[in-house]
Ligand binder design. Sequence first.
Ligand SMILES: C[S@@+](CC[C@H](N)C(=O)[O-])C[C@H]1O[C@@H](n2cnc3c(N)ncnc32)[C@H](O)[C@@H]1O
Length: 282
Amino acid sequence: MKQTWKLGAVRLTFQCLGITIKTLNTSPTASVATDDPMTTRRDQSALRAAVARHEWFHTIDLGDGIVTPGRDRSDEKLARLRLPERLDGRSVLDVGAWDGFFSFAAERRGAKNVLATDSWAWRHMGGRACFDLAHRALDSAVAAREIDVMELTPEDPGAFDVVLFLGVLYHLRHPLLALERIASVTRELLVLETHVDMLFARRPAIALYPGNELNQDPSNFSGPNPPALIAMLRIVGFKRAEVVWRDSIARRLGRAARNLLRTGADPWASLQQGRVVVHAWK
Ligand SMILES: C[S@@+](CC[C@H](N)C(=O)[O-])C[C@H]1O[C@@H](n2cnc3c(N)ncnc32)[C@H](O)[C@@H]1O
């Protein structure tokens, strides 16, 4: 049996054999632990309404049938990462976390200390509101800081056992320098998910997008092929790097056809593009 009272800025939760004191989340969406079905229903509808007020990138299951309506197929992406099933005792840094799906996933897998960082989306895309809302709804202990990838150093925020760098590299003007920063804060394993191009070239090669050549998005700057990714990771100090997932030729054909219909993009160029997941070890 659990009973909850609100006292000013503090929420007291009395349980059978002990007392837990938690700071009260002042948001109208904060869920209040109670056995009263009416209160629970009110909390759920308040959370549902708050979720509906935001534009989401990630699809996050907040429990009780409430799932954030993100355009990203976050669960499918998670399966591709080949992330260890358990991360107990490991520290995890999620660079470019946005709504935080992968930070919360690392926490669920037992990571002891998870830090979510972002810059662009938290500065320009409605701030951190979605991350904060999911964080409260999940009662998460993930820490969050606005840090640009170029500002990461071993002193601040420090080194982490596992670093997630997902869907960010091609947005950066200085990808090799960014990977150098990432290497400096990785103690063990980097999980890198990214766009690739030049897939028909065997030697390391990088395509550059000075305009909106890639997906009509001027914030996309470059697409290395897998040998170039591996080479860059070796240059910045990883001992070993390996592609652990790549998208199939069928997916790439589908994408090339869609791009042709939507934007008239050259199918031969589209066919050389895809996504990969790379694991790199220190
Ligand atoms: C395509 S989203 C990927 C989000 C998430 N990592 C995922 O894989 O679902 C790109 C993310 O990179 C972030 N980003 C872009 N430039 C950045 C930078 N210089 N430093 C840190 N994050 C950056 C954006 O704000 C955004 O959250």
